[in-house]
Structure formats: C-alpha cells, structure tokens
Ligand binder design. Sequence first.
Ligand code: SAM
Length: 275
Amino acid sequence: MPNYGDKNYWEERYDEQSGTTFDWLEDYESIKPIIENLGIKKEARILNVGCGNSEFSEKMYDEGYTHNYNIDICQNVIDFMKSRNKDKKGLHFDVMDVCDMAYKDETFDLIVDKSTIDALLCGDHSFMIVAKMLKEISRVLKTGGYYIIVSYGQPENRMIHLERDHLAFETQIYTIKRQEDDEQEKTHFVYICKKLPEAIENLNNFDLVYKELEQEELDGAEDEEEQDDNNTDNDNENKEEYLPPEDDKKIEKEKNTIKEGFINKNIVKENTVGQ
Ligand SMILES: C[S@@+](CC[C@H](N)C(=O)[O-])C[C@H]1O[C@@H](n2cnc3c(N)ncnc32)[C@H](O)[C@@H]1O
C-alpha cells in the first residue's frame, strides 16, 4: 500500500502522470448541486486544498467562480496546473502546505477538500497532522463560511477530527451512493462544515489538543510494543488505508442509485452535527 500521507509519493505519482488530470472520488459535476444549494456566490473567495491534478477548480471557474485559489504540497503538479490554466485570470495555483498556510485569518468563503484529509490520515502522526490542518482551515475560513470535505471516510472516522476542542463547526453529512459493476453500493461522504462564531476563540485550544494527541500516540505506541513484541510493522495504529483510485474508475455513473434525496437523487442528507 503506498504511503498516501507522504509528499514523495505524490511527487513521483505526478511525475508518472505528467500531462494528465485525475479527480479523486467525485468530480465537479457531482458536487455542483451541493455548492449551489449552499448559495455560494460567484464572487466568493474559494480555496481548494491539496488540489492535485483535479479539474474541479477549472470547471468551477468556467461556471463563473473566478476568485479561485488552489494549493498543493507538490511543486510539479502546481507547475502543471499553472501552465494548463495560464489564461484563466483569477484561478491561482500555489505550492503550500495545508498545515501551514500563508493566507491571512478569515480569507475564504468556501474551502474545498476533496480527499486531502483522507490522504493525510494515511500518513505518519496522522491525528496530529490532521488537527494542524483543521486548525489552519478554520483560521483562514471566514466565520459563517463553509469547509466541504468529500471523503470515503465514514462519520465515525471523520467527526472525531472535526469535533476537537480547537474547532467549532456545525456539520451536515451527505452521502453520495452509486452502484458498481458487481452491484455493490459504493458510498462517498460529503461533510459540509459551517464555521461558527466560537471557532475564533477555540483556536486558542490548539496547543493543548495537539499535546494530548501527541501523548495519546506515545501511549498507543508503548501499548502496542507491550502487546506484540514480534510485530515488525512500525506504522502507527491511526493510519488509514486508502482506496486505490483504480476502484473508483469502475463506477458507472449512469447506474446511480435512485433514492429520495435532499439535494438530488444521489446526494442524500444523513445527519447534522452541531457543537
Ligand atoms: C487524494 S489526492 C486528492 C487530489 C484532488 N483534491 C482530487 O480530488 O483529485 C491528495 C492531494 O493532497 C496533496 N497533499 C498531500 N499532503 C499535502 C499537504 N500537506 N499540503 C497540501 N497538499 C497536500 C497531494 O499532493 C495530493 O495532490
């Protein structure tokens, strides 16, 4: 299993895939009804974190969302996306770590995270890294703005991160369900997180949250050592395994499950979780 949390993995992958695009999990067309339903204005300031070589932002731009910022940790993919979109004024691509962003507080109306949190959850020290990532996202998001996560991760594995004490989001959870060739249903989750006013003060809790997670990781590593002396696998137990994109390609979009939905026949509201 590749290390999806590792920058080197992505750099090599983007070298291999040079000159091509790929959208993880869902494309713009399938998320568009959610964005429209939220009433995001065309002049909104939008950030896509871990944009990769996805066409999501350029499609959004073509629909009129022309204040569109994109970051990724990999120089090679940003160079490619920049040259591909050089004629699109207002569509920006920059190399930046989502855990340490150069933007000012309260800059963006909407932040899109299409499977970037999933990738970081597959890496080392994943819980601490994701706490840092969410601290930065909360910081640069305007109060009342939305952070949309498109993820394969189920609520029980994502809400623990979104509900930490340094954050304050009201989160609505939607599912996007499709049937695969073998008639098995495949579900992706969309977390729509609205930044609440108390989020600004809660950011002061970050150091404490981070220290606690660090301690938990140390305790977990000790327990593991005690329990299994023969275990040669050094991965920390919080690491997730990532769904290979090849599986996603098997999805036949015309075989969408027909369900009565809140937004459309595929996008079904599951839950709202407040603070
Ligand atoms: C699963 S891919 C998703 C790409 C794209 N969002 C999509 O939907 O197709 C994860 C992306 O996160 C980027 N990434 C990983 N760690 C990052 C970090 N710390 N800061 C910014 N981007 C990161 C990777 O380079 C990769 O492009």
